[in-house]
Design a protein around this ligand. Structure first.
Ligand SMILES: N[C@@H](CCC[C@H](N)C(=O)O)C(=O)O
Length: 289
């Protein structure tokens, strides 16, 4: 006799076509392994996505319990390969849209806990059609160095800037994002110890004042249609390279659409873009998974 499968409620959605499965787990009962993550995010064995956002109350997750006084919900982010991630600019916007549209939170500004700390996300209203722009305060970019990094991909080596947006990025400037070539093989970095836990790479072209375009290779995923922390890292590296300071607005074009980044007078960045719920239902997992 075979056991019935485990049934998990889920939503699927995207931010600029960077896609995620949202798994509501309010009381922290779900044990999500790397293997289960890979199975669920694979389009053949699951619903397919770039990553998973498990929605658990901070008070009910040992990893986030210390943040329970400041945030109700913890975004437990998992990359498609099963690795844990700290921050996800598109994911956290979809996460907040999910909490608001399913009635778990009221519209307005939500404090959400992540492995990179607490982020404030603004969801202006509940949307009848489960979509609409969402903004997140991303904090101030850091430049951990070293000053000279080389990124090699598809046989070409180029200088890069190390930017920390709560997760590690290498920003490479190119004439056109297409110059990055085939991104099926992960880029490599020199010095090799720059990124002990891996990195996400942005290939960025300057299109005009306040206007960038990029392609991205994400740590733990591969090439994706968009990356929110990556778009912020690109703006940060561009401002550093050109000596820009003070408040300014930018838009960044990605394969999946456009993200807006406002740099505030204190240097903090606010990221805005679409957050769209595309499906809701139940996922089935064999008991052995
Ligand atoms: N797509 C995300 C970033 C997700 C995490 C990344 N893959 C990592 O491992 O740091 C975004 O929109 O920021």
């Amino acid at each position: 006799m075979t056991s019935p499968p485990i049934t998990l409620p889920f939503a699927k959605g995207h931010g600029c076509e960077n896609s995620f499965l949202v798994l509501p787990d309010p009381d922290g009962r779900l044990r999500l392994t790397a293997e289960t993550t890979r199975r669920l995010t694979d389009s053949h064995t699951g619903a397919g996505a770039d990553g998973i956002l498990r929605a658990v109350r901070c008070a009910d997750d040992p990893e986030a319990a210390a943040m329970a006084g400041a945030a109700e919900w913890f975004m437990d982010y998992r990359n498609r390969d099963g690795s844990l991630g700290a921050m996800c600019g598109n994911g956290i916007r979809l996460f907040a849209r999910f909490l608001v549209d399913t009635g778990l939170c009221a519209p307005g500004t939500l404090a959400i806990a992540t492995r990179a700390g607490i982020r404030r996300v603004r969801v202006p209203s509940r949307c009848q059609d489960l979509q609409g722009p969402v903004s997140v305060a991303m904090g101030t970019p850091l430049f951990p160095g070293p000053d000279h990094i080389t990124i090699t991909t598809a046989g070409a080596s180029r200088p890069a800037t190390h930017v920390d947006m709560g997760n590690p990025h290498a920003v490479v400037f190119v004439n056109d994002p297409a110059d990055a070539g085939d991104l099926r093989t992960p880029p490599t970095a020199e010095p090799a110890d720059t990124y002990p836990h891996g990195f996400t790479t942005e290939f960025v072209a300057v299109r005009g004042p306040g206007h960038l375009a990029l392609r991205v290779h994400e740590r733990g995923v591969g090439e994706t249609r968009a990356c929110g922390t990556g778009a912020c890292a690109a703006v940060a590296a561009h401002r550093r390279r050109t000596g820009q300071t003070g408040a300014a607005d930018y838009h960044v074009d990605l394969l999946g659409g456009r993200l807006h980044i406002a740099v505030l007078p204190d240097g903090d960045m606010e990221l805005t873009g679409p957050a769209v719920i595309t499906a809701q239902g139940a996922l089935h997992l064999p008991r052995t998974a």
